[in-house]
Design a protein around this ligand. Structure first.
Ligand code: GLN
Length: 520
């Protein structure tokens, strides 16, 4: 792949190759960062991936890295490799909206720890990526700033809530991105865009400075095009942070080393019976079955395991998440910060009236739906029947995982039941939308880590499909090992760059055709 001028297109490289090329002096971080910024300028109008682009900030970091390298400084592994950040993490001086009108124009006075770590790793931050409002959704259609489009087909969704981050990586607008996963928002977008996404163990990556959705489920993690790249980013952002009371006080699991695994001899793999078969699109199931066969050929011992309570995971999640969200979102009261919209036609309104009108104007429909649901589930007289019951189900799901991991080392399932659906298709049917996370939600409820990687495209629509690998808490390296070995075996079959993105249509052409159609 080369640019019209004949120079190699730097944006096509993996993050690992970018880091190697920078270290070898083959190109500079400024060149690399500019290549991405130029591509963003061309494609962002059609894709709506970035809500904010910080060209100046990214280039300043890039130049500083180049200067340091020229003077022989010892630099971190990913120094000079650009990264995109989901608009849920606070960035000092760069507007942060969480996809909501409520925070439109808000400029955080500090960096989230995950952003601090990117800066310490000296990675140029390209900008902030689009997302469903407050990370509620599976399609990025609930963003107050318009939907992000899937680079494979601009009429389809890129998954959600982190559709922006995964689409950025899939469209080669960034080699790496940060996502957040409360019920699947890293793994499901990865699956439907043909990219890799990991949700680390709960507490594995600090959430300090990340806008809260449901605090007992939220987890920050990496988005990338290969398992090895995801692991490198995981190591940058992972590790203990005294500013986050849920942060695990232990070293980051050795995920980058695990991502060099090619042989799975003796590894016990369990297929989750409840997460396959009925309800899964034929092409999704077919690619999953083939991937399982490949795992066997790599030496893994595959068996089926049952996690009987997973069938209640969705129901429990949609009580626990709204309950926690309704409480977390109470802070948007128009008094301390955020949007303030006084009620129309009321002289000297009361504080309550201003709160009500501001929240009405600032929140979108999905956010309101969940606040109402959560407030109801937590209200006196219903608390035990709803929230309390859901917490009990959560314990049963955690026990299912414990029992399964007593028999096998990792669990696998399709990452999502379908490929990318059309924009608008599920917008009026919240339950149909929620069902897209059926496979990813159990991991959040139990706090265990999960990884999604591409296994090919579905025959019926040519769209990418992902497999999910789940490991016990704090054993994140296991899922990277399985993912890396499977990815290498698939790459050998596929040839080319070894990624499924070789099969995606040229997004520049799709964007140009769309632009032309809109003008006509
Ligand atoms: N799609 C799920 C939801 O809407 C997951 C969201 C997330 O992981 N942030 O709740």
């Amino acid at each position: 792949m080369s640019t019209p001028t004949g120079a190699p297109d730097l944006t096509r490289l993996t993050a690992t190759a970018m880091a190697d090329g920078l270290a070898a002096g083959e190109f500079t971080s400024e060149q690399l960062t500019r290549a991405h910024l130029e591509r963003i300028e061309v494609l962002n109008p059609a894709l709506n991936v970035f809500l904010q682009v910080d060209a100046e900030g990214a280039l300043a970091t890039a130049r500083a890295v180049d200067d340091a390298r020229a003077s022989g400084a010892d630099l971190p592994r990913l120094a000079g490799v650009p990264v995109a950040v989901k608009d849920i993490a606070c960035t000092e001086g760069i507007p942060t909206t969480a996809g909501s009108r409520m925070l439109q124009g808000w400029v955080p006075p500090y960096d989230a720890t995950v952003v601090t770590r990117l800066r310490q790793a000296r990675m140029p931050i390209l900008g902030k990526t689009n997302m469903d409002e407050f990370a509620m959704g599976s399609s990025t259609e609930h963003s107050a700033y318009g939907p992000t489009r899937n680079p494979w087909d601009l009429d389809r969704i890129p998954g959600g809530s982190g559709g922006g981050s995964s689409a950025a990586v899939a469209a080669f607008l960034a080699p790496l991105a940060i996502g957040s996963d409360t019920g699947g928002s890293i793994r499901q977008p990865a699956a439907v865009t043909g990219t890799v996404g990991a949700k680390p163990t709960y507490g594995g990556v600090s959430r300090y400075g990340v806008i809260a959705l449901a605090s007992s489920l939220d987890q920050i993690g990496p988005c990338a095009r290969t398992v090895a790249d995801a692991a490198l980013l995981h190591e940058v952002i992972g590790g203990h942070d005294p500013m986050d009371s849920t942060s695990i006080d232990a070293p980051v699991p050795p995920v980058a080393e695990a991502a060099r695994t090619r042989d799975l001899t003796g590894l016990r793999v369990g297929i989750v019976r409840e997460l396959t078969g009925e309800g899964y699109q034929p092409g999704v199931q077919a690619r999953f079955d083939e991937a399982v066969e490949l795992l066997t050929s790599l030496g893994a011992q595959v068996q089926e395991v049952s996690c009987p309570h997973f069938r209640y995971a969705m129901a429990a999640y949609y009580l626990i998440l709204p309950s926690e969200a309704s409480s977390n979102l109470a802070r948007y009261d128009a008094m301390r910060y955020g949007r303030r919209t006084p009620p129309d036609g009321v002289d000297s309104p009361s504080a309550e009236q201003v709160m009500a009108s501001s929240r009405d104007a600032g929140f979108g429909d999905e956010v309101k739906r969940r606040i109402i649901l959560g407030t109801y589930a937590l209200s006196a007289g219903y608390y035990d029947a709803y929230y309390g019951q859901a917490q009990k189900v959560r314990t049963l799901i955690a026990r299912d995982f414990e029992a399964a991991f007593a028999e096998v080392d990792v669990l696998v399932s399709p990452s999502a039941p379908t490929t990318a659906f059309r924009i608008g298709e599920k917008l009026d049917d919240p339950v149909a939308m929620y069902l897209n996370d059926i496979a990813t939600i159990p991991a959040n409820l139990a706090g265990v880590p999960g990884l999604s990687l591409p296994t090919g495209v579905a025959d019926e629509d040519g769209l990418p499909v992902g497999i999910q690998v789940l490991a016990p808490a704090t054993e994140d390296q296991r899922m990277y090992a399985v993912g890396a070995a499977l990815e290498a075996a698939l790459a050998e079959q596929w040839g080319g760059s070894g990624t499924v993105l070789d099969r995606a249509p040229d997004v520049t052409e799709l964007a140009a055709a769309r632009g032309a159609a809109e003008e006509a």
